[in-house]
Design a protein around this ligand. Structure first.
Ligand code: DHE
Length: 544
């Protein structure tokens, strides 16, 4: 109960990992090669997101033969068909899997998991391409756009990123990338954009070129979500890092051409039960402003790694203990504390990047999902960092100033009620008083197609609802889910994606931050399935 359809789908989103060999268990039921192949594909598409590639359990239960054989085929079939109140979807009764597929899946699960292939240096190097060498790139910017106000917009299902000029709202170029780019991060200087595809492909785009295009690319695994570049003084643009879901590892690369330098596995022991986990996926990565370090979230072990990159040939890793299923997060306004969601533990972990220690674990609402969060200044609680949630309508404000507001620091000082659950992202800007909260995965279309906005100076007044998808004129032409507010460089406009299917019209909606009125709808046949948007200036300076 309480788990929304959207939330379940979100958690169980497909993995792209290739299938391995048939790993028959001697006590498992009969299964044909065709059934094995189809079940493997369905497993990675529908099940691996929650139960893990190796079926060792993640947000869903473990499904190894020692457990599944005890349950037996008949029982497993009912589970897959009908689902459970605990969050398992009803794949059969919803019409998404046929009886034949369910029957084969129930038998498949009683055999040994077949691990997908590893992806080590040989494969990584073979995928590495430098299209334009650093010395052959332009010495100066070749166009008149303000590079700092460019937005990199993920066009999820077309495997592209749109670069849009924040001033004119013109599309500068559309760049082919990996599939379903998860995030884009600018280099510390802002000259380059690094995107990471769901398929593990990094694309490095040079924003100085007349028409910005890819200068280097590489694949660091078969499933990935995060990429970042070094930001500490003296190391700007020097190194890049990317984290993989499969294989569970992170890869450190040269910042100017993505040459791979080191691969580090994240397999290891969980923070709570202290048992070995074979598949701890790498979630959010941020670059420290306090030390030459990357801060790496390891999802299943619940550990935060501080990776000192000052000598890549002798990497040191400091392990901080948080809580399981670390996911996304961002900085407080001073860029000293990194606040990150341990989503299935319903906690926010606070990392002190200066002292290099775990500062606090704050209890919050069900399945917090901050994105990078939002930093508001409030009269009553001082500076706070905000997260919304997938599993409830609660928006939690956490005090972030242990010096001037010690009573409030690292406590949930205020909980606001938003439009509903299924929220993915919140956003504000230091120049704004608005706190924007999306509800992308809410089952009610009215809620998923609109956004709530609070006034930081009068939180008690509640929120105003802006019908973003309706403004775009696409509300009735597809799911038209409104996702991820993002500010322009000046902090006076906020951009929203209206995310529909590949064959349906999508749009970007620009709202005037002061008046909260529609400023511009960016509609273009090339803007297909837009999701994340990353303003170069705000993203490189971690302003949110
Ligand atoms: Fe995301 C951030 C993982 C589903 C859009 N997402 C992140 C981050 C991680 C992550 C680890 C933080 C990266 C960082 O900061 O370094 N996301 C996952 C998943 O595992 C999950 C649940 C399922 C999956 O298999 O992918 C998932 N994410 C989604 C979606 O369904 C979204 C809406 C569309 C999509 O592309 O699949 C989506 N995720 C985003 C966006 C960000 C993100 C736009 C960056 C937000 C920001 O403002 O920084």
């Amino acid at each position: 109960p309480g788990t929304t359809e959207g939330e379940r789908r979100y958690m169980g989103a497909p993995h792209m990992t290739e299938a391995g060999e048939m790993t028959i268990h001697p006590n498992g039921p009969k299964i044909t090669a065709e059934e094995w192949a189809e079940s493997t594909q369905i497993y990675f598409e529908r099940c691996a997101g929650c139960h893990g590639v190796l079926r060792k359990g993640a947000t869903g239960k473990a499904l190894t033969p020692d457990l599944t054989q005890q349950k037996g085929t008949a029982y497993l079939k009912v589970m897959i068909d009908m689902g459970t109140p605990g969050g398992m979807p009803n794949w059969g009764s919803s019409g998404e899997m046929t009886d034949k597929q369910i029957d084969a899946m129930a038998r498949y699960l009683q055999h040994n998991p077949s691990p997908p292939p590893e992806f080590g240096m040989e494969k990584i190097r073979a995928s590495w391409k430098v299209h334009v060498k650093p010395e052959d790139r332009p010495k100066k910017q070749q166009h008149n756009y303000d590079v700092d106000n460019i937005f990199a917009v993920t066009l999820r299902d077309s495997g592209q990123v749109a670069l849009i000029d924040g001033d004119s709202k013109d599309i500068i170029s559309i760049v082919d990338t990996g599939y379903a780019v998860h995030i884009s991060r600018p280099s510390s200087s802002g000259r380059y954009i690094f995107t990471i595809g769901r398929d593990g492909k990094i694309t490095m785009i040079d924003l100085f070129m007349k028409v910005p295009k890819t200068v280097a690319e590489i694949k660091i695994g078969t499933e990935a979500r995060s990429v970042e570049t070094s930001k500490y003084k003296g190391y700007e643009d020097k190194l890049a890092i990317a984290g993989a879901y499969w294989p569970p590892q992170y890869v450190i690369m040269e910042g100017d051409d993505l040459e791979p330098k080191k691969i580090v596995s994240t397999r290891g022991i969980t923070v709570d039960t202290q048992e070995y986990h074979p598949e701890p996926r790498v979630a959010a990565i941020v670059a420290s402003h306090q030390h030459p370090e990357f801060i790496v979230n390891v999802k299943e072990t619940g550990k935060v790694l501080l990776v000192d990159y000052s000598n890549p040939d002798a990497l040191t890793e400091t392990t901080l203990e948080a809580a399981p299923f670390l996911h996304d997060g961002g900085w407080d306004s001073t860029h000293r504390y990194f606040l990150t969601a341990a989503n299935q533990s319903n906690k926010i972990a606070v990392v002190d990047s200066k002292e290099r220690e775990m500062e606090a674990l704050v209890d919050v609402t069900k399945v917090p999902h901050p994105g990078r969060g939002a930093n508001l200044k409030t009269a009553k609680y001082g500076p706070v960092w905000v997260t919304s949630a997938l599993g409830s309508d609660e928006i939690t404000l956490i005090g972030t100033d242990p010096e001037k507001h010690p009573q409030q620091a690292w406590k949930a000082v205020k909980v606001l009620k938003g439009q509903g659950g299924g929220s993915l992202f919140v956003k504000t800007h230091p120049k704004s008083k608005n706190l924007w909260v999306d509800t992308t995965l809410n089952p009610d279309a009215k809620i998923s197609q609109s956004v709530a906005v609070f006034n930081a100076d009068d939180l008690e007044a509640g929120y105003e609802v802006l019908p973003i998808a309706e403004w775009a004129g696409v509300a009735d032409k597809g799911p038209a889910r409104v996702v991820q507010p993002e500010y322009n460089k000046a902090g006076d406009e906020v951009w929203f994606s209206v995310w529909s299917g590949l064959d349906q019209p999508s749009a970007i909606v620009v709202v005037d931050d002061k008046t909260r009125k529609l400023k511009k709808v960016i509609k273009d046949p090339r803007i297909k399935t837009p999701t994340g948007k990353f303003n170069v200036y705000n993203t490189k300076h971690d302003i949110y």
